[in-house]
Design a protein around this ligand. Structure first.
Ligand SMILES: Cc1cc2nc3c(=O)[nH]c(=O)nc-3n(C[C@H](O)[C@H](O)[C@H](O)COP(=O)(O)O)c2cc1C
Length: 192
């Protein structure tokens, strides 16, 4: 798939087929992530590929944090109910991928460098997944229960989570969101 086509065609997917994703395809996508640029070439990302009961525990965690911020059952909007259904099961995706970076809280500039490096890798992951016909959704909302996720995954104390994504074959087209400044008149500032 052409790069520009991949960039334009990728959408956040929140409903997945139950079809299994072959391990070699998952690794191909993660290899693309692994080719991202990184601060000081530290390649400071790690990817936890989560399935089975651990996947279910992670989904339950997001369901809980989402539900906590919503009105009680019976008082929710249809949109809230739809979002909650997605949150509670990550749309049924067979895998959830959790990206982490080194914990460097004492050095804000290094922390920023780690965050940007892992984000670059994560975007590669999303685009490569799309090129493979897979769906993803960049997610940080689940970090409202980062402590819970850390416990579920038994993450080492020197790692922190950057983002999560479900990974699976999409069962929806995904909605194209209009660009806020399609002609780039405000977002691009030419400086001479
Ligand atoms: C940093 C970041 C955090 C996000 N967190 C969530 C999230 O927690 N839950 C969710 O459903 N979508 C999340 N999204 C997906 C955005 O809602 C989505 O990218 C945006 O609406 C544009 O849609 P598109 O990805 O289809 O272009 C996140 C995206 C980014 C980049």
């Amino acid at each position: 798939m052409d790069l520009y086509q991949a960039i334009r065609g990728r959408r956040s997917i929140r409903k997945f087929k139950t079809d299994p994703v072959p391990k070699d395809v998952v690794l191909k996508v993660l290899d693309a992530a692994n080719w991202a640029p990184s601060g000081v070439n530290l390649q400071q990302w790690k990817f936890y590929v989560v399935s089975g009961s651990k996947r279910d525990e992670i989904a339950a965690s997001y369901g809980c944090v989402t539900e906590r911020n919503y009105p009680p059952a019976g008082e929710r909007s249809a949109q809230q109910e739809t979002f909650l259904t997605w949150a509670k099961n990550y749309g049924g995706a067979p895998f959830i991928i959790v990206a982490t970076m080194p914990r460097d809280e004492q050095q804000p500039r290094r922390r920023k460098m780690h965050l940007e490096s892992v984000s670059a890798a994560f975007q590669n992951l999303l685009l490569a997944a799309h090129a493979e016909g897979l769906g993803t959704c960049w997610m940080t909302g689940p970090l409202a229960d980062e402590a819970g996720l850390t416990e579920i995954l038994h993450l080492p104390a020197d790692e922190e989570i950057v983002a999560l994504t479900p990974l699976g074959y999409p069962d929806q087209a995904g909605e194209e969101k209009p660009r806020l400044d399609p002609k780039l008149q405000e977002k691009v500032i030419w400086v001479e």
